[in-house]
Design a protein around this ligand. Structure first.
Ligand code: GLN
Ligand code: ZN
Length: 546
């Protein structure tokens, strides 16, 4: 990350200390970006320094060319991308090694991945379902180590350079395929035709919701029953019809539960979805899925990210059937529920032949199609989730603006070209939002729901110093625990929020989706949530009358 002079001072002292009382050779390893304060860093008395020549290529190499590299140190050359799954362009890597060799003798260069290989799946060997052209362009952990070996061999014996050309040809097939035909950046509106206050006024007239409307974030418990049905269907043990009937009965059950709880804006429950990115990836063109490409995401949790290998587009609606079925069962509004372009991008392995921003726009174009299908079919409250918006924020501050700009554009591209009466919701969680609050505003969503209670309502203080003037629901309870909170806990979050946000714009909802919870605790907690909303609503109405 960026480091101040003071921080660098402390950092140097720390490593001087670590190195001073040991005969062990220490390699100071950096990754994910270029280093700050290179000239100081190379003066630290360690045996070696590892730099990232994938994500920090330009700045790191310029620093070496400007300041040189100490003769007595080893350079860890992070040259194979440790975070992506594509084969490397080894001819370029080889040139880089030659360029570095002007400053650092070959025997002092330690070839390595740009970071730990924790971020990529283990091996391609077991992948039997991938298209051969796609598979040939991939390199998981084992294959990356092969690439390193090849680079080493060629660096030591230039007569073998043709091996690099051969390596290159295998992945060129994908670049030349129709999947990667050059595509214009979609030119779509990124601004709604009316201002938020004009929109909200007509939207309020349309739905006539009470003050502090209640809603949920989308998913309901993915019980054993739900998961077993999907598993059997995927294995072909139950027919499409049986599976569909099963999903429908789940939807109906939860529509009735929500009506009985007196929730104002309903959801269908997302029972047909395994994962909020995989579900969409399976229906969009340009995505592939590995059999075993698991990577660690958090602690002991693993995910199997989709692979975006080609141009993204959409042929058929993805969410219409379930949403329309849910809406047919009730007079209350049912929200359409989509995963946003930035989250789909950030939770996938993304092709690296075009900028990520282009891929985000392609996904946005496909999602807009879905938004418009929903809208034409009469679903006019549509939530586009962006929990991973913050996750893509670059490490260095100077790069924040560019990222946030295109990320916001992509979201707006997928949500702007709709009628004034169509209400766009979004949702965010898992992050420190204070840093990106301006970008959150710029999304221009009619309503946003944000995780709040898990972080002990810290975010509320952000609204003391910034004016948020669109619909907003700060989560009134943490969904990561089966505990059912007391009504006072929820009313206190609502009251605190209302000290900084206007009541006419405030919504009441849980922190996040409820798919990891059990049925019993979910119903119990939602019952309390509705009670809390009604309690505060009644107080406010009384004050208004007075
Ligand atoms: N709509 C999704 C759900 O309710 C949102 C999940 C998320 O924010 N991670 O599960
Ligand atoms: Zn969430």
């Amino acid at each position: 990350m960026d480091m101040t002079n003071e921080e660098m001072e402390v950092f140097s002292r720390l490593y001087e200390e670590i190195s001073s009382n040991t005969s062990v050779h220490i390699i100071l390893q950096t990754y994910f970006e270029s280093v700050s304060h290179y000239e100081k860093l190379v003066g630290i008395p360690v045996k070696g320094i590892g730099l990232d020549f994938v994500y920090g290529l330009e700045d790191n190499i310029e620093a070496i060319e400007q300041y040189g590299f100490p003769k007595d140190k080893i350079l860890g050359v992070g040259i194979i991308d440790g975070r992506n799954i594509w084969r490397s362009n080894l001819r370029e890597s080889h040139q880089l090694i030659s360029r570095l060799s002007k400053h650092i003798p070959l025997q002092n260069q330690l070839l390595q991945p740009s970071s730990s290989l924790l971020h990529v799946p283990v091996s391609l060997a077991q992948e039997t379902h991938l298209d051969p052209i796609v598979k040939d362009a991939l390199a998981f952990g084992d294959e990356k180590l092969e690439e390193l070996r090849l680079l080493r061999d060629v660096a030591n014996d230039p007569s073998q350079t043709s091996l690099l050309t051969h390596h290159q040809e295998t992945f060129e097939k994908l670049n030349q395929s129709n999947w990667r035909d050059k595509k214009e950046t979609p030119s779509l509106p990124t601004k709604r035709t009316q201002t938020f206050s004009e929109r909200y006024r007509v939207q309020n007239q349309k739905w006539d919701l009470p003050l502090l409307p209640t809603t949920t974030i989308g998913s309901f418990p993915q019980t054993k029953e739900v998961r077993r049905a999907r598993f059997s269907w995927r294995k072909g043990e139950i027919s499409n019809d049986t599976y569909e009937t099963n999903i429908k009965s789940m939807i109906e059950k939860w529509i009735r539960i929500q009506e009985k709880l007196d929730i104002d804006v309903l959801v269908h429950g997302e029972f047909e979805r395994n994962d909020m990115v995989e579900f969409f990836g399976e229906k969009l063109n340009g995505f592939a899925f590995s059999n075993n490409g698991w990577v660690q995401s958090y602690g002991s949790r693993c995910v199997k990210p989709p692979i975006i290998f080609g141009n993204v587009s959409l042929d058929h609606p993805m969410t219409l059937k379930e949403t329309l079925y849910a809406q047919s069962l009730t007079d209350r509004p049912v929200k359409g529920m989509l995963t946003g372009p930035v989250t789909i991008l950030n939770w996938s392995f993304v092709r690296n032949d075009i900028p990520h921003q282009e891929v985000a726009y392609q996904i946005a174009e496909a999602l807009l199609k879905e938004v418009q299908s929903l809208e034409h079919a009469g679903i006019t409250m549509i939530q586009v989730d962006e929990p991973a918006l913050r996750e893509g924020l670059p490490l260095k501050k100077e790069k924040h603006e560019t990222y946030l700009h295109w990320a916001v554009e992509a979201f707006r591209m997928s949500t702007s070209d709709v009628a004034v009466t169509t209400q766009i919701h979004t949702h965010m969680c898992y992050s420190d939002f204070n840093q990106i609050i301006e970008a959150i505003k710029a999304l221009d969503a009619d309503v946003i729901s944000i995780e709040t209670s898990r972080s002990h309502a810290e975010i509320i203080s952000a609204f003391e110093s910034t004016v948020y003037d669109k619909g907003i629901g700060l989560g009134v309870y943490d969904i990561h625990s089966p505990r059912v909170p007391a009504v006072e806990e929820m009313t206190s979050v609502i009251e605190r929020a209302l000290s900084v946000l206007p009541a006419e714009l405030f919504w009441v909802n849980p922190d996040c989706g409820l798919k990891t919870r059990g049925e019993h605790e979910t119903v119990a907690a939602l019952e309390i949530m509705v009670k809390a909303a009604k309690t505060v609503r009644n107080q406010l109405t009384k004050e208004l009358i007075r």
